[in-house]
Design a protein. Sequence first.
Length: 87
Amino acid sequence: MDALTSASLGARRNEDIALDLLKFVAATAGVGRPAAPSTGFSGASAPKPEEHVAQLLELYSRCLKAVEGQGPEREEAGKGSEPGVAK
């Protein structure tokens, strides 16, 4: 019960922060929105709901890694080497 009390007093979990970041990025970039109908030639068909879900899940995992400080550059740099050791 103490964990719930302290969590509600301002401490936020990384998952909650990543979810807020996902909402911001998705709204800004238009991820997850259906394509607007237009007159004339349309080269691509509307993405399927499964594709939207896959995009959002991928975006959430990227947001969570960013919040935890594990960006793509750190992820690649960490493979096969010790942190803090220059090559």
